[in-house]
Design a protein around this ligand. Sequence first.
Ligand SMILES: [Fe+2]
Length: 230
Amino acid sequence: MCKHLFSLLPNNINHDLTQFESGNLNLVHREAEATTASSKKTVNQKSIMNNRKSNHAMKTATNSTTEAPTMYETENDIPKSARAELNRLINQRLADVIDLQLQLKQAHWNVKGPNFIGLHELFDKIAEEVESYVDEIAERVVQLGGIAHGTVRMAAARSRLEEYPPTIADGSAHVEAVAKALSTFGREARASIDEANAFDDADTADLFTEVSRGIDKWLWFVEAHSQASK
Ligand SMILES: [Fe+2]
């Protein structure tokens, strides 16, 4: 036991055997354990610090090598300068369409009145289809070598839609607000067809043709609730 204990004792502990003989064994043992634990702790702290430093170095190295470029290289044959302009155009529509989708959810959640269930379900159905436009528009940016700017904050900063009225309740007020949001986005999407064609990008023009045609249909579905009384 003593040999084992001595092997644990660091150099700064008094090795005088008389301490063992005078009943100080436990005290010395505790000191030895404390000092050994302290040494281990110091070693552990050093290794943690070293790990942190190497992790930090790795992260720094990783960050410097994985930062996204403004445009990715691609074999897509649309000229790079045209793709850069198209990406600006499509990202603007992406901000608008994300805003539109959430405005439809806002209407879906808050509409009240005698036409509640019909409007509640219609607004949700439109929101679902608009969500598919969000995905197609975002992916067109990436197909052209760009980066889709699709977070809620990015969309809020760029959207051209007016803010949805926050306190309306009656179905007719929601019909009017949703119709306005759909028509605003429909107008922008339709204008984007010509802008995409100006860059000889028939595929982006086709995407916005499909989207604006869908928006026109939903605008009809919504406005049909109020047109008879006008
Ligand atoms: Fe719902």
